[in-house]
Write a protein that binds this ligand. Structure first.
Ligand code: C5P
Length: 425
């Protein structure tokens, strides 16, 4: 199995983490669908396949299960008395999906869907899909069939329901004739889906935005083998990066030393000291749309670290510390209109006022105050209790949440602050 590709362009991002159902009906073009599933997976989507009985005549269930890494859904009714069978999966999976692609769609399935029939998993998913989720239908059949009044009427009904019908292409057909009826190639289908997810009016304002996130601790060298650091695990910054990438942002994660996997689709820059984090961050100051300082940057560093290992002796050892640059404040002070600066304020006692002060002095658009107790919130733990304070004073207290959920709530709030652009709804 290929490794997922990382985000490089606008198109590569929107599918990251999206849940896609691919419905496959009984047309010869079904033989191309394992490739379609593979492309979606490579773009970072989670894919489930619904295969009709006709579809199964043209493409192997095993091939589809292998490329999707999931069981293939076919019949509505699992064998009787099957222990542990999920009898409501036609509902839960319909709710799970962010989009449904039907490729190829046969005349028979178009008729069933337009009439609301529901006798296999594909038609069930179609009915249980949540309102507003894109449905892309790729009819593929003989040209005469496609142009027949009944097929045209059924497609018109589905289009009126909000489905996107993508006309087949002209070319060589299975019948040996040339004409209208060919299913578009898998990469064209993926492109259509990306556009539907983006331009369908439901995409995030963070889509295609350049988001730079600092995360983790920094290490400030005392000598060749020792350093000053803190307990930051990087979990919060990584959770934000993961969620921002899912929303279609182009994410750069500048991280101090942590023991975490790079979130899918995120480009990662590893640094050690505050000076290195500063240098890496500055490269993005003018180009990024959003700068989120989630790193626990050491405020001070030893003035002159020793080259080798400091030797023990009987005398007292004095370390002179000098201040590190404040990366976020520097960005905040020089950001242009349209750029947003977001910070964190970790305080060991109720420090809302201190957080408000930091919001002002660093010229931030939003600051997330979190209370440090190492049990429910702050460094190392998997949960956080954030209070979001916006520039205009609007303050939102969040409950104790997993860092993933807290990241999502933070990004929801940031989305509200995003300037509207031509491409965003
Ligand atoms: O350390 P302080 O409480 O001032 O940190 C508040 C915010 O500023 C955090 O978002 C942190 O990532 C950022 N910061 C920074 N560079 C520093 C210190 C803090 O970017 N040297």
């Amino acid at each position: 199995m290929d490794k997922p590709i990382c985000n490089k362009s606008l198109e590569d991002n929107v599918l990251i983490g999206k849940n896609i159902i691919v419905g496959i009906c009984g047309g010869i073009a079904a033989y191309k669908t394992p490739h379609l599933v593979r492309l979606l997976k490579k773009r970072g989507a989670n894919v489930r396949v619904a295969l009709t009985e006709g579809g199964a005549r043209f493409v192997s269930e095993l091939a589809l299960a292998t490329v999707s890494q999931e069981p293939v859904y076919r019949t509505m009714f699992p064998p009787a008395n099957t222990a542990g069978t999920d009898y409501t999966r036609h509902i839960s999976l319909g709710e799970w999906a962010d989009a449904l692609i039907i490729a190829p769609a046969t005349a028979n399935t178009l008729a069933k869907l337009s009439a609301g029939l529901c006798d296999d998993m594909l038609s069930a998913f179609f009915i249980t899909l949540r309102p507003g989720k894109p449905v892309l239908i790729f009819p593929a059949m003989d040209g005469q069939m496609f142009l027949s009044p009944s097929v045209q009427r059924n497609m018109a009904t589905l289009a009126a329901q909000g489905c996107t019908i993508i006309s087949p292409e002209s070319g060589e057909l299975a019948s040996g004739q040339c004409g209208l009826g060919r299913m578009p190639e898998p990469d064209a289908i993926v492109n259509s889906l990306e556009k539907a997810l983006h331009y369908g009016g439901k995409s995030s304002p963070l889509y295609d935005k350049s988001v730079v996130i600092t995360a983790g601790p920094t290490r400030e060298k005392i000598d060749g083998v020792r350093f000053i650091s803190n307990y930051s695990s990087g979990k919060m910054g990584f959770a934000i990066a993961r969620d921002a990438a899912k929303r279609g942002a182009r994410v750069t994660l500048i991280t101090g030393p942590v023991n975490l996997e790079t979130p899918f689709g995120v480009s990662r820059i590893d640094v050690e000291s505050a000076a290195e984090m500063h240098e890496a961050s500055r490269k993005f100051f003018t180009s990024c749309d959003l700068f989120i300082g989630a790193a626990a940057v050491s405020d001070y560093r030893p003035a002159s670290p020793y080259e080798g290992k400091l030797k023990k002796n009987d005398r007292e050892l004095q370390l002179t510390l000098v201040q590190n640059p404040d990366i976020l404040a520097e960005f905040g002070m020089q950001k242009a209109s349209g750029q947003l600066a977001i910070g964190f304020a970790l305080e060991t006692q109720t420090g809302l006022d201190k957080a408000r002060e930091k919001l002002a002095t660093k010229n931030l658009d939003l600051i997330a105050f979190n209370f440090f107790d190492r049990l429910t919130s702050g460094f190392e733990v998997d949960t956080n209790i954030l209070t979001l304070i916006e520039r205009d004073g609007v303050t939102t207290e969040l409950p104790q949440l997993t860092k993933d959920a807290a990241a999502a709530r933070l990004l929801d709030a940031i989305e509200q602050l995003c300037p509207k652009t031509g491409i965003n709804p």
